[in-house]
Ligand binder design. Structure first.
Ligand SMILES: NC(=O)C1=CN([C@@H]2O[C@H](COP(=O)(O)OP(=O)(O)OC[C@H]3O[C@@H](n4cnc5c(N)ncnc54)[C@H](OP(=O)(O)O)[C@@H]3O)[C@@H](O)[C@H]2O)C=CC1
Ligand SMILES: O=C(CO)COP(=O)(O)O
Ligand SMILES: [Zn+2]
Length: 353
């Protein structure tokens, strides 16, 4: 008897475009979300978007509360939960980069409340995903969490964000190539759960982004549009898969380990991009695919070396040789690289000198 079942959780409304920040109230109405919102944000996104959204809401007769979080920690999630309870909030609105949106996701899961995702940076593909990434002890990767009921992505705000945030988002997408290679390898070697639809969507998303690399330039609203759509498509792939597998392989393990060794030094997307160059090399040896990844990253101004990440060579080697321990996810790293092999891949790909 066929007993498999699947439950794909996706946002109901996705609104992307110029000035759509002002549509938050309409989106709430459309979802029949009533009562008091708690805006969950971080310092810069608060000034850029959360305060103006709060003012819009007040003008429309809604009385929002607001909480600002500084770091992606479980303490921050607890602060949001306590604030939501104290302020008698009925739903959450995450306004910011990956940190604010993930904290809102995790808190909404615990509070059993809906939430809206309002990205202020096209820097990561968690904008629509059903994953939340808040470090907990040794766990740094994402876990299942509440997906947003709706996304409101204002391309005017996203285009004005610092260019490196957009290049980080592009690199997070380009890394889908190696994530899917790792996923297929794990399917073949370990028979892990695999979705061809999610894998194809993830690869196609990277393909479209790379094909449009010429259009992705600083300050252009069209660029913000292209990158944001790609980030959402990648998030949908994760939701279809019910895991981050389509968008996270060994290159993400490398990045998560860098977050432990050198917290706050480089952006998530930039780290996974550099990781992807090296894991593409491991998948394809000298045959050239890793050069394609590196070229794609350079074409959108994303870092391709440890020096450009601001991370020293020894830390890169330490991350490469230990990151397979981060989670139970089979990748091209297998049961780990030794130092000589790590030095070879990092040197051959030009990541370290
Ligand atoms: N859940 C998921 O599926 C996924 C989650 N992630 C997670 O997302 C995080 C990475 O996201 P990322 O956005 O890079 O991290 P942050 O949210 O930390 O944002 C990066 C920086 O950008 C600033 N910022 C955000 N918006 C603006 C703006 N409009 N103008 C100026 N500055 C701005 C932030 O300011 P400030 O310091 O004031 O906040 C912060 O300094 C990681 O924790 C990663 O693990 C990544 C991919 C998928
Ligand atoms: O960053 C992600 C996808 O881009 C989420 O992946 P993780 O599950 O490795 O945190
Ligand atoms: Zn990522």
């Amino acid at each position: 008897m066929f007993e498999k079942s699947t439950w794909i959780r996706l946002p109901r409304n996705v609104v992307v475009g110029h000035g759509v920040r002002e549509s938050v109230v309409e989106v709430l109405d459309d979802l029949h979300m009533q009562g008091r919102p708690l805006l969950v944000t971080s310092p810069t996104p608060r000034a850029v978007a959360a305060d103006p959204i709060a003012a819009d809401l007040e003008d429309r007769g809604v009385d929002p509360a607001i909480v600002t979080v500084e770091t992606a920690t479980f303490d921050a999630v607890e602060t949001v939960i306590a604030t939501a309870e104290a302020e008698e909030a009925n739903y959450l609105v995450g306004v910011g980069g990956g940190k604010a949106i993930d904290i809102a996701k995790m808190a909404s899961e615990r509070l059993e409340m809906g939430f809206l995702s309002v990205p202020t940076a096209a820097s990561h593909d968690g904008i629509v995903s059903n994953r939340g990434s808040v470090p907990d002890g040794n766990t740094r990767h994402s876990v299942a969490a509440e997906p947003p009921l709706a996304v409101v992505a204002d391309t005017e705000i996203l285009a004005e964000a610092p260019w490196e945030l957009t290049t980080a988002g592009c690199a997070d997408i380009i890394s889908n190539y190696t994530a899917v290679m790792d996923w297929r390898l794990a399917k073949r070697l370990k028979d892990v759960e695999y979705s061809e639809y999610a894998a194809a969507l993830s690869e196609m998303t990277a393909e479209i982004l790379v094909d449009n690399a010429d259009l992705i330039r600083p300050g252009l609203e069209e660029s913000a549009w292209i990158v944001t759509k790609a980030l959402m498509s990648s998030g949908v792939a994760m939701s279809i898969a019910g895991s981050s597998r389509p968008a996270s392989g060994a290159e993400h393990l490398f990045s998560h380990q860098l977050d432990r060794l050198e917290p706050g030094t480089a952006l998530h997307g930039h780290q996974v991009g550099v990781g992807s160059i090296m894991t593409a090399y491991l998948h394809g040896g000298e045959r050239g695919f890793w050069q394609d990844i590196r070229t794609a990253l350079s074409s959108i101004d994303a870092p391709t070396t440890a020096a450009e990440l601001g991370i020293d060579d020894e830390t890169v080697l330490k991350a490469l040789t230990t990151c397979h321990e981060i989670r139970d996810r089979y990748t091209i790293l297998g049961d780990g690289m030794n130092e000589r092999a790590a030095r070879e891949v990092a040197t051959k790909t030009g990541v370290i000198e």
